[in-house]
Design a protein around this ligand. Structure first.
Ligand SMILES: [Zn+2]
Length: 483
């Protein structure tokens, strides 16, 4: 078998030199994604899909504790249905992909490829909800959605088709609905901070950035090392607007017909893009252990005269680590050094080396992907040590990400400081007047900086004046350019 040249296989550009080229190389060379003939539509290769499955499992388990059930609604939405809620359709119309023809015949009514599923779900909800006993109704679906973006597509972060979950719940009481908005947002925070080791800010979206058709939207936001923000997940309170448009009513305990209150919430495979950018380094991908499809790879150091003994020890080691996802890389057509590079590129959290000397000493060498640190471990203690190291890596990645975020957050007082922080691609915290026209002017002057959210945990205000228009400001908002 030909041995590919190390340089050709590895990432050839430094993350700090050209992060977008670095990103493009990492997702392809680490076998996460593949481009296709349709711009903005990518293949999620098994290594990326396995990360998505870990996130799905975590989130799915948490929402089921809240009584949410999974279902599936159709991909195609009749045009009339999509148009029923005017603000909603206005928000999505520019990026809807339409099916107009089946075989050779033109369809009587255009069908939208779902950009999100409020309309098709709520049309059914109107049939299912009759009485207060039918509430709360809590349904989630794990599906793909299509938003025909015209901006430059970036795999995972900005693609025309992506995978997500969308939860759609209906409540008799406004209070219950609003409590759920925050409960879900907290689970999203945990998805990012506990699983992906990415620090996020929870907050409320500004009026001009809220979901089309919502009363208000909340989000978790972060900025990644390319200097762009990622809206990591959103949880919306829809109020009664959709209930009105779709005729969802229920007979309450007091015998009165009432409109229920609704929420919708979602997070997507964009989270994987944020993870790649946050933790990866010049050698390639770094995957936090909690979402890593493979925890460790065992690389035996093979020589002709000791091969048998070493392989036996490596197999025994794999057995000792049966509680973890471990691969024994015993391919003999590749050198150990080549394998080290390959698994570093692919981001496996731990590498375990076993050579002839280790067999004699009953040791193994364990190497951390995040720090490159090596340690010699007694074979019989390896399982405990692997557990400890994986926990340590998860924690270290989060701490590292938090200090990076702290260094790259700027508290600004005025427009001068604001503009400087935009140039430095920082996450900006500034007092803001909350006026839509002010947000629009900021976006125009900075070529795209927008209000990410208004954090619930308000940082200390450094000024009482809006950093842009100088009118009075009650709150501090987060600003950055975003994907
Ligand atoms: Zn202002």
């Amino acid at each position: 078998m030909p041995k590919p040249d190390k340089n050709e296989m590895g990432v050839t550009v430094k993350k700090s030199d050209d992060i977008s080229e670095w990103y493009t190389q990492v997702i392809q060379k680490a076998e996460l994604a593949e481009y296709t003939g349709v711009s903005g539509c990518m293949i999620f290769r098994p290594r990326a899909y396995a990360i998505w499955e870990k996130l799905q499992y975590f989130f799915d388990t948490e929402i089921k504790k809240l009584g949410v059930q999974n279902a599936y609604f159709p991909l195609f939405i009749p045009e009339a249905l999509l148009k029923r809620e005017s603000e909603h359709v206005a928000g999505f119309a520019p990026e809807v992909a339409w099916v107009t023809q089946g075989g050779d015949s033109k369809l009587n009514e255009r069908l939208a490829v779902r950009p999100t599923s409020e309309t098709i779900m709520y049309d059914a909800y109107a049939k299912w909800i009759r009485s207060h006993r039918d509430l709360p109704l809590k349904i989630n679906q794990w599906v793909n959605v299509v938003r025909w973006e015209f901006k430059h597509p970036v795999p995972f972060l900005r693609s025309r088709e992506f995978l997500w979950q969308e939860g759609h719940t209906v409540h008799a009481k406004k209070d219950d609905a609003e409590t759920e908005v925050l409960t879900i947002l907290e689970i999203y925070r945990r998805v990012f901070e506990e699983m992906l080791a990415i620090p996020v800010f929870k907050g409320k979206k500004s009026v001009n950035e809220k979901f089309a058709g919502a009363d208000y939207s909340t989000s978790v936001e972060t900025i990644v090392p390319s200097g762009k923000a990622v809206q990591a997940a959103t949880s919306h309170h829809l109020g009664q607007r959709f209930a009105k448009s779709f005729g969802i009513e229920f007979l309450d305990e007091d015998g009165q017909k009432k409109l229920p209150f609704q929420n919708s919430w979602g997070f997507s495979t964009r989270s994987i893009g944020a993870m790649i950018l946050f933790h990866g380094d010049d050698k390639g991908l770094v995957i936090p252990p909690k979402v890593a499809p493979m925890h460790a790879v065992i690389v035996p150091i093979l020589f002709d005269d000791t091969k048998e003994k070493v392989l036996k020890a490596a197999n025994k080691l794999k057995e000792l680590l049966k509680d973890f996802a471990v691969l024994l890389d015993d391919r003999d057509s590749y050198t150990p050094g080549w394998k080290f590079n390959e698994w570093e590129l692919k981001g496996v959290p731990l590498r375990i080396e076993v050579g002839p000397k280790d067999v004699v000493n009953d040791n193994v060498v364990v190497v951390r992907r995040d720090t490159g640190e090596k340690c010699v471990v007694r074979t019989k203690e390896v399982a405990g040590k692997v557990k400890e190291l994986l926990d340590g890596i998860q924690k270290n990645l989060f701490e590292r990400a938090k200090s990076w975020l702290k260094e790259n957050t700027a508290d600004v007082k005025n427009w001068d400081e604001f503009s400087k922080a935009v140039e430095q691609k920082k996450l900006i915290r500034a007092a803001w007047c909350e006026k839509t026209e002010c947000a629009e002017q900021i976006k125009e002057k900075t070529e795209g900086v927008k209000v990410l959210n208004i954090p619930f945990e308000q940082p200390k205000k450094v000024s009482d004046e809006c950093a842009h228009c100088k009118s009075s400001a009650k709150i501090v908002a987060l600003f950055a350019k975003s994907y």
